[in-house]
Design a binder for this molecule. Sequence first.
Ligand code: ADP
Ligand code: ZN
Length: 215
Amino acid sequence: MKLILLGAPGAGKGTVANMLSEIDGSVQISTGDILRAAVKEGTELGKKAEGFMKAGDLVPDELIMGIMKERLKEDDCKNGYLLDGFPRTIPQAEQLQAMLEEMGEKLDAVVNLDVPRDVILDRLTTRRTCTSCNAIYNVKSKPPKVEGVCDECGGEVVQRDDETEEAISSRLDVYNEKTAPLAGFYEKEGMLMTVNATSSDAVVAAIKDKCGLAA
Ligand code: ADP
Ligand code: ZN
């Protein structure tokens, strides 16, 4: 599968990408995970991105395009990829299109995960993330077996820096202003598939159906 997962923060892009990746081996590519790893390691990229991320702002397009140009050329992309959190602006979408054309590749679909704002707010304030493997937990619906410890890898499970109420509200505003217009962009291209994403299982079922993958 070659998909773009579109949707507000907390819509479940990461969860859905994880589930899909287990089905057919497509690799999940999350620009947020790549950036957080760079910040943690203190690389040049990390230093440039950190301030934007903490504030809930977008990282400049040219930094993101630099990352993705390299990432999409890696070997593991041959089995397909699930783009989670990219593209996030119209210029990123346009540049991605040019890149794919150059590589002779075509996406299967752009999946728009649609979730009501109150559900999003509740999910984001209760979300916890493993700092080592990026596994996602939720204090209410899916807590780790031992508090603060990742079930998968034993890493530390924390609330992200950008998941304070203030940063969340800013991320949602940025989403509405900069990223939501991508739905119209891909609709025009005839690639958009909008799904009710209150349940991630239902989203995965709809995508499998669309991509002709048996249950
Ligand atoms: P979420 O989807 O939950 O908001 P992500 O993990 O996708 O979070 O991204 C976290 C932060 O990383 C964003 O708030 C933004 O600062 C930065 N970021 C991630 N992807 C992009 C992108 N494609 N363009 C610009 N900034 C990005
Ligand atoms: Zn982990």
